[in-house]
Design a protein around this ligand. Structure first.
Ligand SMILES: Cc1ncc(COP(=O)(O)O)c(C=O)c1O
Length: 400
């Protein structure tokens, strides 16, 4: 009898996160009124999986030093970032001086808004889109200009004619591109990225490309960095990347802003200095260890596992009459359209949260076009996905 070798990475393992200061688990009761004793948290985008071995080793070694002073010398991180972007995404030769380290990509977005726009300026978003963009834009006294995406063969496309109308109507200064897109999971093609870059150029807008989901792409789709798809837009392009989403180290609160144009760089640098921003050691050490060959093997295994979760979840919810999960090309965030049930948003929420006891992000949070949708985080052990599907079937069983 031969022993089956243990799996290289055990994504099935149930890890107790309650009582660990987990936003997803330990704030669920306060935010949703759902007890973590029995409810399933499928909202905020982090994963219930253990981080990749090289990250855990690097952090353990650092912890072992017992000294946690200021972080300095980012040369290892810059080399890892350059290696990762060139081997995984084909973006070669990112100069070290083009990279800023910030406290995460919401922080990077906020700095970019301060650096490149004025109070009252419009910032264009293709909605529905990651909700923190609108929150940050509004809090900075800028105007959110929503251009709802259109559905083509069941997947989102950016409405470039709608963007033109918005540009004619509003005083725009910036467009924020979410690439790959959250929610809906589109991986934009080179032509789609070029069209947005061309639009930004024509209207002299800053183009902020948030590529935090760049590694979370399902085969056969391929993420193309905007810097490669539209090199002609370099003078207006600011790209944001991070290891935190792909590698489940969001608590490290670090992200990287890449600006190859020296003029834009100077404006961004001034704001970084004005706000006194510098990176935390734990996030920088974790990110450096993540962007490695071992990290790459972990991501490949993760995506294979997530593919199984996605198939299981989609098959289950798509069998409920009037419910449809958008086919994801990227991200682990299922975007589910309940509008075919004819129910109001309030009734959908009531059934998903109170009957199924699942915490999700509500569609309207993501802006125009989100009505009737709920977003479910699928990055959890498969047994929990099975449980979620079972609970949703029950909660909508009268429709069968
Ligand atoms: C598109 C996008 N940008 C940024 C973030 C959050 O970034 P951070 O945790 O680095 O602030 C998320 C989190 O889900 C996201 O989906």
């Amino acid at each position: 009898m031969t022993d089956t070798p243990p799996p290289a990475f055990d994504f099935d393992e149930i890890i107790e996160r309650r009582g660990t200061h987990s936003l997803k688990w330990d704030m669920m009761e306060r935010l949703y009124g759902l007890s973590p004793a029995g409810a399933l948290p499928m909202w905020v985008a982090d994963m219930d999986f253990r981080a990749a071995p090289p990250i855990r080793r690097a952090l353990a070694d650092y912890l072992e030093t017992g000294v946690y002073g200021y972080y300095g010398d980012d040369s290892d991180l810059l080399a890892a970032l350059d290696w990762w972007q060139s081997t995984r995404h084909g973006w070669q030769g990112i100069p070290g001086e083009a990279v800023f380290h910030v406290g995460g990509l919401v922080n990077g977005t906020a700095i970019a808004i301060e650096a490149f726009t004025e109070p009252g300026d419009g910032v264009l978003l293709f909605t529905p889109v990651y909700h923190a963009f609108a929150r940050v834009i509004r809090a900075a006294g800028r105007k959110v200009v929503e251009v709802p995406m259109q559905l083509e063969n069941g997947r989102y496309v950016m409405d470039m004619a709608g963007a033109e109308e918005a540009a004619a109507r509003e005083k725009l200064a910036m467009v924020i591109l979410c690439s790959p897109h959250n929610p809906g999971g589109r991986v934009w093609t080179k032509d789609e990225l070029s069209a947005v870059a061309e639009f930004a150029t024509r209207h002299d807008l800053l183009l902020l490309s948030d590529e935090i989901h760049d590694d979370l792409v399902f085969s056969p789709h391929r993420h193309i960095p905007t810097a490669l798809a539209a090199p002609e837009a370099e003078a207006r392009l600011v790209t944001m990347i991070s290891a935190t989403k792909s590698f489940n180290i969001a608590g490290g609160h670090v992200g990287h802003v890449i600006i190859t144009d020296p003029g834009l760089r100077e404006r961004f640098a001034r704001k970084v200095t004005a706000l006194g921003i510098s990176p935390g050691a734990f996030g920088m050490i974790a990110a450096t260890a993540a962007w490695s060959p071992e990290g790459a093997a972990w991501i490949d295994a993760l995506m294979a596992y997530l593919e199984g979760n996605r198939q299981l979840f989609d098959a289950g919810v798509n069998a409920i009459p009037g419910v449809r999960s958008m086919p994801l090309e990227a991200t682990y965030l299922a975007w589910v359209d309940f509008s075919g049930t004819g129910m109001s948003q309030a009734e959908i929420v009531e059934r998903v949260e109170k009957r199924a006891r699942i915490a999700t992000n509500h569609g309207p949070q993501f802006g125009a076009g989100g009505e009737g949708f709920m977003r479910f985080n699928l990055a959890m052990p498969r047994a929990r996905i099975e449980e979620a599907v079972h609970r949703l079937e029950e909660a909508f069983s009268d429709l069968q």
